[in-house]
Design a protein around this ligand. Structure first.
Ligand SMILES: Nc1nc2c(ncn2[C@@H]2O[C@H](COP(=O)(O)OP(=O)(O)O)[C@@H](O)[C@H]2O)c(=O)[nH]1
Ligand SMILES: [Mg+2]
Length: 300
């Protein structure tokens, strides 16, 4: 299948400075669709005059919804492959063939461009790398597969992957959700090394901390749904550790000089111990429930 009908989907929110060059470079590799997500600048106008098809959201709905709009367009117009690329110029459209290769060879259903596979990540600031590590690890826990760059927006999907997705994310969590849904359905996910530029005018639109926490909350929710025992055991363990620390604190005067036990700390230790037990029981219950639901699904 060498002649696959390819569409490059670019979610864009106020990217007039970069959208023109991204579209111009991308159109060598297929049709280009820009989903203008309620921009207040000239993103649509520039995208259109650079040769892209433009679909507009009247108001800003978030990257997740924009990708969904793009995927629906691709399905409705019978494309075989979708490539997603950011509009801010951080990704290099000339690397699109690298992402397409595993799909054309039918070795993968989703290909993720990773900036961690070629050592190019050295210029990512440490706090971002730390945040990414947390998001990668939780995505791995939620999906069960190893990914080095779970938040990368540079991806390629075949039709099977497109048809298997039922995205509910509105914002940036869409990247993790896509991985979790496709791995659950047994589709093949691969990463290929890509380069990311950091000298673009508008590289991050969200505050990294609140953005990271938002994605984390969603991914942890996903783990809670898919692996409740794991999530609740960790929370329960944290409660027991807190309880242990408080108990030690409460008993310290008694052991060191035979003084009175600190009452507040002792009560605190008791409360955290009870919370720990409750969380563990909740985990066991939800786990049993999840297994029943899963078994029920298999029998259908
Ligand atoms: N459709 C849509 N795209 C968005 C929105 N926010 C960001 N984007 C696009 O998503 C891509 C990545 O966003 P960016 O802020 O650069 O994320 P980062 O590089 O991962 O920190 C860019 O192409 C943005 O234009 C949004 O609210 N809606
Ligand atoms: Mg960016």
């Amino acid at each position: 299948m060498i002649n696959m009908k390819t569409i490059i989907v670019i979610p864009a929110y106020n990217e007039e400075l970069t959208i023109g060059s991204v579209v111009t470079l991308a159109k060598k590799y297929g049709d280009v669709l820009v989903v203008d997500d309620g921009s207040s600048d000239r993103t649509s106008e520039i995208a259109e005059s650079s040769g892209a098809i433009v679909v507009k959201h009247e108001v800003n709905k978030g990257k997740g919804k924009a990708l969904k709009t793009g995927f629906n367009y691709a399905l409705a117009n019978d494309y075989d492959v979708v490539v997603c690329i950011d509009a801010d110029g951080q990704h290099n459209p000339d690397e699109i063939p690298l992402l397409l290769e595993p799909i054309l060879e039918d070795k993968a259903d989703l290909v993720i461009g990773s900036r961690y596979l070629n050592g190019a990540h050295k210029n990512i600031p440490l706090y971002r790398r730390l945040g990414l590590w947390v998001l990668n690890t939780t995505t791995v826990l939620a999906s069960g597969i190893r990914i080095t760059d779970s938040q990368s927006g540079f991806r390629a999907l075949n039709k099977k992957a497109l048809e298997s997705l039922d995205l509910s994310s509105t914002g940036y969590n869409v990247e993790s959700e896509m991985i979790a849904q496709l791995s659950e359905k047994g589709l093949r996910i691969t990463e290929v090394p890509i380069n990311v530029r950091y000298d673009v005018p508008n590289k991050h639109k969200k505050n990294p901390f609140s953005h990271g926490m938002g994605v984390l909350a969603k991914v942890v929710g996903l783990i809670g749904y898919r692996r409740p025992l794991l999530l609740f055991s960790v929370l329960s363990l944290l409660s027991f550790i807190t309880s242990g620390i408080l108990a030690y604190w409460a008993l310290e005067p008694y052991y060191t000089y035979g003084g009175k036990v600190y009452l507040t700390q002792a009560i605190g230790a008791g409360i955290f111990a009870i919370i720990g037990i409750q969380l563990f029981i909740a985990g066991l219950t939800l786990n049993a429930l999840a297994q029943m639901v899963r078994r029920g699904k298999d029998e259908l």
